[in-house]
Design a protein around this ligand. Structure first.
Ligand code: FE2
Ligand code: FE2
Length: 483
């Protein structure tokens, strides 16, 4: 039985073609524009959404309210019938711009003219990542390790689709014709398409197996969280309210990643412990993923995701802040003047053939700061993962590589830095980097383990079952129905 949660005053109107809590029916022009975009979105989903999934009945959650408690309803849904909608957290009439030059003024309900193009760019860049990840994950369903995991993949996918709606609403509602054109372009770009790629590099990489999927949702969806958190501080109130609600959904995506990697680690450690194995090839021969390969995947996904924070030193970052457009992580919980004029922040860079730390203006170092906040949270996740080998008495620990390792953007772009933070020559890098990043062989090996498991309650050999099911249901619940 699908259980309907209590829907109070923040209820979402599902009687309309586009479910929403923004009184869409009172703005006919906007409603019509979005209703024209809707079939294009559905076509995009059909083309690039999860392959061969249209007929499946998936036990999904749908937002039914923006209340903090009980905002979601769980039921079987065919994904093309998922009710993608527009949900903002409730408006706080007394909300102010909380940082930058306009600090203390009432939060903006319309786009300030001087920030129009900047805000549009911020929204488009965020919006572009949402459909991109769906495209990257398109083929994973064919090799799911269980019905539970298949359902989680689809949940992430439909919610990334909804995040696209969230950004497209802002474009249509606040940016006129330019916004409508950008909304169309969001459906035209394709992850990995050399002629019309997604905006950010990490979103053009392949997510070719489930280990990559868990790593992506742990590392890259968490970048999403930090970007959304910084935007949820925005002085442009509709952006703040939209991103706040997106964060509610994002938490589950990161859970899928963290618990996914933990279950892989659990299974590998179980096998190593039971059969007293230490050697990589022996571990692989048991059909589980060796710890060294897990470390190389960590190195890859972490370093690629760090690039999403942009240049360490950034005048754009500074002007987003002084303009009141994008704040720091948990801006309003920080006890300073929220202006940052004259403040400083420690950054790392290469000077005279050495990696050195120096003080940079707090304003221009905001990207580095957000990235460091991100790293703190990622490290806490690794610490939790590391309790698993510890529990089995296996002396292996996952570690994060140095911030300069394998970077394409920022102060370490195209430098050669080892995971321990040693500056290398190009030759040294080429000799050693195969030990640090997933090789062709690793991909072939991980790929060879992937095979579809769709019997309720069964799991692929390389991954442990989760601790509990979705929405308090048993693990062997039929999370996806093929009838
Ligand atoms: Fe998202
Ligand atoms: Fe996400």
């Amino acid at each position: 039985m699908a259980e309907l949660t209590d829907v109070t005053q923040q209820a979402i109107d599902y009687s309309q073609r586009i479910p929403n809590n923004v009184d869409l029916s009172t703005d006919r022009t906007l409603q019509r524009a979005l209703e024209r975009w809707q079939p294009a979105f559905l076509n995009w989903w059909k083309d690039t959404g999860p392959a061969d999934s249209a007929a499946l009945q998936v036990y999904l959650r749908t937002a039914v309210s923006v209340d903090r408690d009980g905002w979601a309803n769980f039921e079987y849904v065919r994904m093309p019938e998922y009710r993608w909608g527009i949900f903002l957290t409730p408006r706080d009439e007394s909300r102010k711009v909380n940082f930058g030059d306009h600090c203390g003024q009432p939060a903006w309900q319309e786009v300030p003219g001087e920030y129009r193009s900047t805000l549009r760019r911020i929204i488009v860049t965020q919006g572009d990542t949402e459909p991109a990840s769906v495209e990257q994950q398109k083929l994973l369903g064919a090799t799911c390790p269980s019905l539970y995991d298949l359902r989680n993949l689809f949940q992430v996918n439909v919610e990334e689709g909804r995040h696209l709606w969230a950004m497209v609403y802002l474009l249509h509602r606040y940016f006129g014709r330019d916004g409508r054109e950008e909304a169309e372009a969001l459906l035209a770009r394709r992850s990995g398409d050399p002629n019309n790629p997604r905006i950010l590099t990490a979103f053009n990489e392949k997510t070719s197996n489930w280990l990559a999927f868990y790593m992506f949702t742990f590392f890259t969806d968490r970048d999403g969280k930090f970007q959304l958190a910084a935007l949820s501080e925005s002085g442009f109130d509709p952006l703040a309210r939209t991103t706040k609600f997106m964060l509610t959904e994002e938490a589950h995506h990161m859970f899928v990643g963290e618990s996914g990697v933990a279950r892989v680690l659990q299974r590998t450690c179980e096998v190593m412990h039971e059969r007293k194995l230490t050697d990589t090839s022996q571990v692989r021969a048991q059909g589980v993923i060796d710890l060294e390969t897990l470390q190389r995947f960590v190195n890859f996904h972490y370093s690629v995701t760090l690039d999403l924070f942009g240049s360490d030193i950034s005048s754009n970052g500074a002007s987003y802040y002084t303009g009141g457009l994008k704040g720091r992580y948990e801006e309003t919980k920080i006890g300073d003047d929220h202006l940052l004029v004259g403040g400083s922040y420690t950054v790392q860079e290469i000077a005279d053939g050495e990696i050195v730390s120096r003080q940079e203006s707090a304003l221009t170092a905001l990207n580095a700061r957000l990235r460091d906040d991100y790293t703190g949270e990622v490290q806490a996740g690794l610490n939790r993962w590391n309790r698993i080998p510890e529990k089995f008495g296996i002396p292996f620990r996952l570690t994060l590589p140095h911030v300069g390792f394998h970077r394409k953007i920022g102060s370490f772009a195209d430098q050669f830095v080892s995971p321990e933070g040693r500056l290398l020559s190009k030759e040294e890098w080429e000799r050693q980097s195969a030990r640090w990043l997933p090789s062709e062989d690793d991909h072939v090996f991980v790929g060879s383990l992937m095979g579809r498991v769709i019997e309720p309650g069964k799991f692929a050999n390389w991954i442990a079952p989760p601790a509990r099911g979705i929405n308090n249901l048993p693990i062997e619940f039929e999370y996806v129905r093929f009838d």
